[in-house]
Design a protein around this ligand. Sequence first.
Ligand SMILES: NC(=O)c1ccc[n+]([C@@H]2O[C@H](COP(=O)([O-])OP(=O)(O)OC[C@H]3O[C@@H](n4cnc5c(N)ncnc54)[C@H](O)[C@@H]3O)[C@@H](O)[C@H]2O)c1
Length: 337
Amino acid sequence: MLNIGVIGAGRIGAIHAANVAASPKARLTWVCDPVPGAAARLAEFGARASLDPAEVIAADDVDAIVVCSPTPTHVGLILAGVEIGKAVLCEKPVDLDSDRARECQQAVEAAAGKVMIGFNRRFDPTFAQVHARLRDGEIGKIEQLTIVSRDPSAPPVSYIAQSGGIFRDMTIHDFDMANFFLGPIETVLALGQNVVDPQIAEAGDSDAAVVLLKAASGAVGTIINSRRCAYGYDQRLEAFGSLGMLEGRNQHATSVALSTSTFSQAANRVQDFFLQRYAEAYRLELDAFIEAVAGNGEFSPSLADGVAALALADAALESSKTGLAVAPVGGIAEATG
Ligand SMILES: NC(=O)c1ccc[n+]([C@@H]2O[C@H](COP(=O)([O-])OP(=O)(O)OC[C@H]3O[C@@H](n4cnc5c(N)ncnc54)[C@H](O)[C@@H]3O)[C@@H](O)[C@H]2O)c1
């Protein structure tokens, strides 16, 4: 039984805390949030509540921490955990600054720290199966990857202002998937758009984007993002290879389909947002982390994967500003997958 402390009791912290509490392999011993009352809300799962991350990390009944606090706190909490030998599952992105993330990676590797990054989409059963069947050779060698990732609605501009921008905050998931499917990326060409909310443009960020990626293998990836989508949370992935295509399609609350003599309706509305769409992925991600701590598997996605995705985000931001194709810095770090 792995004793886990969850740090940060917001949106994603609530998901991880519930999954730890429900896991037969783990015990939720602590929840921490500096906002009075926030941790106590999640401590209903039987955990103790704290306002202080240091108290939770040091606790004897914490073997591992799940870091769900805002991005600027991630590096400090990863290092604090690793320093005293605690395993860490940290939410994406590692940091908003690539240099800081790389320094963190070096420090963790030097200490042989056990750190996994929360790129949950790798664990989505649909996308994981596309990946596994590609690896099994069902569609031959991958030539083109297309990822569509659109949120139902834009977050408040106050969130945008501290998010690090669309590429580091939102596309970061897709950059990790591109690394996962295509291997090292050599070139990034990005076009930002402002079509959703003028306040996002005023904050200096794009609210939609299209990114082209050229992998060292010669394969090309396309990522299509929008902060707004009228029909729900649009999450699709297509791998095209020499022998065919594998598609991960949108999922719907039910699969009821109506067909009449004149009309055929495939299904009802796509799922609302990440909480529903990736519920199973978060559970499987946690399970992979628990198994890695027990010595059954790698800490993957790794901190190196987190740094590699951030390098692509930096390159995309530069490309969207200059209009030029950009090589990611340090850039073609070998991603695990
Ligand atoms: N993988 C995913 O699908 C996914 C989804 C959402 C968010 N995230 C990531 O998770 C992180 C949190 O996002 P969120 O949407 O849950 O934010 P949120 O604002 O809902 O929650 C963050 C919580 O952390 C608390 N907090 C602030 N400083 C803290 C500290 N030093 N120690 C402990 N807690 C602290 C806040 O009070 C808040 O309750 C971000 O890095 C975000 O990028 C990942």
